[in-house]
Design a protein around this ligand. Structure first.
Ligand SMILES: [Zn+2]
Ligand SMILES: [Zn+2]
Length: 314
């Protein structure tokens, strides 16, 4: 008889979730990249694709092919009959470069999964959308660019919401259950909350939060910690396992928000923290964000202060 312990069951469940993107929730803030896929020779590109296809990159940008991480969404646009149109939302399925020798200038690519795809007779025109205010000149031909680098400060989250709403009728069936409706999202990340470091720039903060929530890398980080038996807050050492019997923990990206633009997330960029400490790491103290170490010292300082007060009361 097969005995499935609770731990084993949870492990299997999370492994399944990791491999099957349709199991996890998708939000507009998962759209990190934009890529121009114009094919002037054929008039359109990737319009008759199945659920997966190889997205090609120009040879000169082949170093960037692996930059988008699994779980991050790439927004594809192209010129069709002289109109700039959005046609796909896709996400990488493998950390592997595909090579197709018969293609001269677009020899390398990345296997991607289609999340949403417009039919040729129902295109999303850039000129009709909020994106008409964006300068597309900053996007180098064929390369995947981070949207936070090209968008104007202040309208970044509106751009993502706008594209999400327009793609909503075209989400693939296997994803439709996991698509988060735009109305529910603003409640979750309240960017006007003064405790969040909005002054650093909304768009960078959203990229930062999206990175921290990338299920793929968070999963890897947690597994690494579990193996070493160290699933606890790196600031206050709180353990959700000990207190709640739950393998829960949050991830904090330690690179400052203002510098995290270009970088891809590595495991060592993430620290495991409890929800309270995480909240404090995103809050400014005397005008700046605290590092893990500084927050640790602050806790020690206030504990000492409290003890001192108690002793004086006696
Ligand atoms: Zn903590
Ligand atoms: Zn964080």
């Amino acid at each position: 008889m097969l005995l499935l312990t609770k731990r084993k069951f949870n492990y299997l469940k999370s492994t399944m979730m990791r491999n099957d993107l349709s199991e996890r929730e998708l939000t507009p803030f998962d759209i990190i990249w934009i890529k121009n896929i114009t094919n002037s020779e054929y008039g359109s590109a990737y319009m008759n694709v199945d659920s997966e296809f190889v997205l090609h990159f120009p040879n000169r940008h082949c170093g960037n092919i692996l930059k988008p991480q699994k779980g991050e969404i790439i927004l594809l646009y192209q010129n069709i009959n002289g109109h700039k149109v959005f046609t796909h939302l896709v996400t990488p399925v493998k950390d592997k470069i595909e090579e197709e020798g018969d293609r001269a200038n677009f020899r390398y690519g990345r296997k991607v999964r289609v999340i949403a795809h417009t039919p040729i007779d129902d295109l999303i025109f850039v000129s009709d959308s909020l994106w008409s205010r964006v300068n597309f000149q900053g996007i180098s031909q064929g390369n995947a660019c981070e949207i936070s680098h090209i968008s104007k400060l202040g309208i970044f989250d509106d751009l993502l919401r706008d594209i999400w709403v327009r793609f909503t009728p075209f989400f693939k069936k296997d994803f439709s259950d996991s698509i988060r409706l735009v109305e529910n999202i603003s409640k979750e990340i309240d960017l006007n909350d003064p405790d969040f470091g909005v002054t650093e720039g909304k768009e960078r903060l959203i990229t930062h939060i999206a990175r921290e929530r990338n299920k793929e890398i968070v999963y890897k980080k947690k597994q690494q910690a579990l193996k070493q038996g160290l699933l606890k807050c790196s600031v206050c050492e709180f353990s959700f396992i000990d207190s709640f019997g739950a393998e829960f923990i949050e991830c904090h990206h330690v690179k400052p928000i203002s510098e995290s633009g270009e970088t891809t997330t590595k495991l060592e960029d993430l620290e495991l923290v409890c929800s309270n400490c995480h909240r404090m790491l995103h809050r400014k103290f005397e005008g700046h964000f605290l590092s893990i170490c500084e927050l640790k010292n602050r806790i020690i300082k206030y504990k000492l202060l409290q003890n001192k007060c108690k002793n004086e009361d006696r």
